[in-house]
Design a protein around this ligand. Sequence first.
Ligand SMILES: NC(=O)C1=CN([C@@H]2O[C@H](COP(=O)(O)OP(=O)(O)OC[C@H]3O[C@@H](n4cnc5c(N)ncnc54)[C@H](O)[C@@H]3O)[C@@H](O)[C@H]2O)C=CC1
Ligand SMILES: O=C([O-])CC(=O)C(=O)O
Length: 329
Amino acid sequence: MAKAPVRVAVTGAAGQIGYALLFRIASGEMLGKDQPVILQMLELPMEKAQQALKGVMMELEDCAFPLLAGMVGTDDPRVAFKDADYALLVGARPRGPGMERKDLLMENAKIFIEQGKALNDVAARNIKVLVVGNPANTNAYIAMKSAPSLPKENFTAMLRLDHNRALSQLATKTGKPVDSIEKMVVWGNHSPTMYPDYRFTTIAGQAAPALVNDEAWYKNEYIPKVGKRGAAIIEARGLSSAASAANAAIDHMRDWALGTNGKWVTMGIPSDGSYGIPQDVIYGVPVTCANGKYERITGLEIDAFSREKMDFTLNELKEEQDGVKALLG
Ligand SMILES: NC(=O)C1=CN([C@@H]2O[C@H](COP(=O)(O)OP(=O)(O)OC[C@H]3O[C@@H](n4cnc5c(N)ncnc54)[C@H](O)[C@@H]3O)[C@@H](O)[C@H]2O)C=CC1
Ligand SMILES: O=C([O-])CC(=O)C(=O)O
């Protein structure tokens, strides 16, 4: 029997990530080739944004996707999130050259308070929320805190682009295929303080640190390169990453919904206090996914170098949280 359609809300639907994302969701790349979807798209209540959204919806129509069971375009979060099973919160101001993601904090915080409240009131109770809009971890924290009647574990932030960047850079260094790499971890904040940790990583079954055998490269080139990749893209394109960000959002949601078959992936999730990360901080950790749930990998040894790195990115998250404390009341 054909599956019933699920409702997928996407905010910032007429933006550059939205444009790279919606067509892939509608073609079944996110939730499976047998899963019909209803797209519920939110854009700003401004003539230009609404016109652009209309154009995107016309193009979606023109693709005649068999899995696209319906579309809603709106400027009202309560319409966009009504009964939504999935929400991809992309809509926010992106940074430009010379800005850090946390420079967007106050401007974007208000958006995530309003949207958290709307999710709280109208979304499906088991909704899966992915925050892409920057600063993604803290925005996810704000939305989670603004939605007290939804389970906290429903709120996640996107670290998958960082995870994928970490895989690719390691594949290039070692000359091995990306899919031979397992157990990559990117701890912490989606910011240059993130900590790509290859201590548990294997490449075609071999331990990555031994195979790479170049600690100086790992510490002085690899870690900063992965952390600053977003800025390098802005520098090169004049615009922030869009297709790769949309691709990572698809990976994140697909894995959460359909499972990872035991493979580790990185998700920003509310901390349960493990690894010395205070409760509720949205922090990148390794997880596996099965049956529509993620489960953090526990019991990994944290050495002195890692502790320092993990605390550094944690401190930045604490500062961001402090910055929005007054707004959260
Ligand atoms: N977590 C991650 O790995 C990444 C996050 N990002 C972030 O994703 C966000 C979106 O990036 P782009 O699509 O490139 O930006 P964009 O400016 O092209 O699109 C954003 C869209 O969101 C809309 N928007 C703004 N506020 C809104 C609101 N309150 N409700 C609904 N729609 C709203 C705008 O009208 C615009 O169409 C930015 O915050 C960017 O920094 C980008 C790349 C990677
Ligand atoms: O760097 C930015 O502002 C966009 C982003 O988050 C990324 O590409 O990682």
